[in-house]
Design a protein around this ligand. Structure first.
Ligand SMILES: Nc1ncnc2c1ncn2[C@@H]1O[C@H](COP(=O)(O)OP(=O)(O)OP(=O)(O)O)[C@@H](O)[C@H]1O
Length: 311
């Protein structure tokens, strides 16, 4: 028996649906038809193109604890793909495998068909992969602008002396970096706090700065680890709007871990559900919502939750 809609956060889901999110967004966030810089198609084309990200038979253990067992996942260009599951199900392990923090014991991670399981994390940016972290990983003592600009540090080719002296190629690079950081700040409605120290900002804004830092390089694949954790309902709604707008504007493909079922149902094109390290479902929000295994393993718990929207 499917749970009643209210238990599954359906009311909340509607608040995160694309058509709702598009309303009331700042003009900088209005969806565009094409990515201006790359001329790539936008919107969800899940199931049509070959996968941008493909996980094949991923296995990962910590001592005797099996974190991931034989997990397959295909994420298509332009898709927002959520990974959900109970605590300890393996969500963080999976995102850490995708981002190269963990090396899987078994299986392959392919980006555009090319295996990158053994690429060091710091080189992932060169492949067009960016991520945010469950616990903010910002430079609290630096300005918002500098934090966002740091998302382009991997591209800077001038040496340290050149940067300090502001000479040669470094001056041009610096101008370009700051200009791109400013564009992203405008896009995410952060220009008003551009020069503030990140540590002085409210938590919800810090989460948005982290998104800005990940987005500044216009990644092909954006990994979001609980981007709405600890946010108020209105901050969550705003953040969901920014994620959707980023996809529309930059043709970024998104993989997202999020506990708030309402957010996940409204924002995602497809949802993979993990339980004890195994994938037990991989389907559209509607299909997942009515999947008895998922209800038993995860969603049913949501009805016991205070607002029915998260776990
Ligand atoms: N670094 C580690 N060392 C030992 N065990 C770990 C480590 N990371 C994860 N695990 C174990 O692997 C399993 C999966 O953990 P993981 O953090 O990936 O789950 P999760 O779904 O992200 O959980 P949560 O929702 O609580 O963040 C758990 O049993 C966990 O205790």
């Amino acid at each position: 028996m499917p749970l009643p809609s209210s238990a599954l956060g359906v009311m909340e889901a509607s608040a995160y649906a694309p058509e709702v999110l598009a309303r009331g967004l700042p003009s900088s966030l209005r969806p565009q038809q094409q990515s201006e810089d790359r001329g790539e198609p936008t919107g969800s084309v899940a199931g049509v193109a070959s996968p941008l990200l493909s996980l094949q038979g991923i296995g990962l253990s910590f001592g005797g604890v099996v974190a991931l067992a034989d997990v397959d996942l295909s994420v298509h260009p332009g898709e927002i793909r959520a990974i959900i599951g109970p605590n300890g199900a393996g969500k963080s392990s999976l995102i850490n495998v995708i981002s190269g923090v963990y090396q899987p014991d078994r299986g392959q991670v392919l980006l555009d068909g090319i295996s990158y399981a053994h690429v060091p994390t710091q080189r992932l940016a060169h492949l067009g992969v960016a991520r945010t972290f469950q616990n903010l990983a910002l430079f609290k003592g630096l300005s918002v602008l500098d934090n966002v600009a740091s998302g382009l540090a991997y591209k800077v080719r001038s040496n340290f002396a050149g940067q300090v002296l502001g000479i040669g190629r470094s001056r041009g690079e610096q101008r370009d970096t700051l200009s791109r950081a400013d564009q992203i700040l405008e896009f995410l409605d952060l220009s008003a706090v551009r020069d503030r120290l990140v540590g002085t900002l409210p938590y919800g804004l810090q989460k948005r700065v982290e998104l800005a830092r990940a987005l500044v390089a216009e990644p092909r694949l954006l990994l979001l680890d609980e981007p709405m954790a600890g946010m108020t309902a209105s901050e969550k709604s705003e953040m969901a709007g920014f994620v959707r707008a980023a996809l529309d504007r930059f043709a970024t493909t998104v993989v997202l871990i999020e506990h708030d079922v309402g957010v996940v149902m409204g924002l995602s094109d497809r949802i993979a559900v993990l339980d004890y390290g195994r994938k037990i479902a991989d389907a559209t929000p509607d299909e997942v919502r009515n999947d008895q295994r998922v209800i038993d393993a995860y969603l049913g718990v949501a009805s016991d939750n205070e607002d029915g929207a998260g776990i």
